[in-house]
Design a protein around this ligand. Sequence first.
Ligand code: UFG
Length: 333
Amino acid sequence: MNVLVTGGAGYIGSVVVEVLVERGYRVTVFDDLSQGHFAAVSPAATFHEGSLADRSAVDGLLASDRFDAVMHFASKSLVGESMSDPFLYFSQNVGYGIGLIESATKNGVKRFVLSSTANLFGEAERMPIDESERVAPGSPYGETKHVLERVLHWAEVCCGMRSACLRYFNAAGATTTLGEDHDPETHLIPIVLDVAAGRRANLKIFGNDYATADGTCVRDYIHVADLATAHVAALDAISDRSVRFNLGSGTGSSVLDVIRTVEEVTGRTVDCEFAPRRHGDPAVLIASSDAIRRELGWQPGRSDLRTIIEDAWAWRSRHPDGYGNQRPLDVVT
Ligand code: UFG
């Protein structure tokens, strides 16, 4: 199968590319390297540096080859940032995303996998959250993914394109070669690891007055390697139907649980202090992934919190500066 992966140089996209290549798929990565890293792209994939804002580049690429599927990871993805700059999220995630879907349908692509989010559910009514939960996005970011899910629904009805919308909870962890390297970093686990490693002075815990057992927010952390196998299973499954799945481990961990586990894994103390709540953070997000387990036989293998943190720590210890600033030297543009 010939697959175009947008955002294939990013944290989750690069791990999905790694698994696709291992399994013999032909992969082309399209990424503007604004958040991703050239060094994270599998050498077995063809790399095109470019932006989804450049519609003629997107159209040209999709017309230049016969792609069986598009997997779309390239997007802005920070809940807090979307609360302070909602229009950036609507113009980029929605605007560029619709352009990509339109171009894919016009060029005969029949499968589309969307990187969606648990933020679709905001403050959910039932926990764990399954696919029957009412969609009520918790932020402009979540709303942008909801819009793209609806566009894909109509792309199927009107143009016959099948899609998989994968709503992930909190992606974390690393493979032996690929890990998390954002600039700036806002995610909990890499920040706590940086404090443990002495690269940051301390951690601010955003809120200790939530209605949870220890007062801090609870999240469902899912290993990026398990996310990747779910993507490939979904890609294979959508030959004749579309799917929507929630993806998590089914277990909730509080901010304090994460800190304690990092201290156990690293043998170091994490200096932290309580700070005000962060705008847009729901108290608890835990996924029910029963549907994808049942329908596609997917099983997470590394998504217990300790394994996630051990893997993230191992990668970070081998890459103390992340991917560095390596730029493409000899790539197709
Ligand atoms: N947190 C802190 N201090 C920090 C960073 C985070 O206390 O310095 C807390 C947050 O308040 C939150 C938890 O740690 O309660 C996890 O925060 P992250 O920033 O790691 O992740 P989010 O839950 O905010 O968001 C992530 C992805 C989103 C996705 C969401 C879905 O970044 O794209 O999971 O659950 F929408």
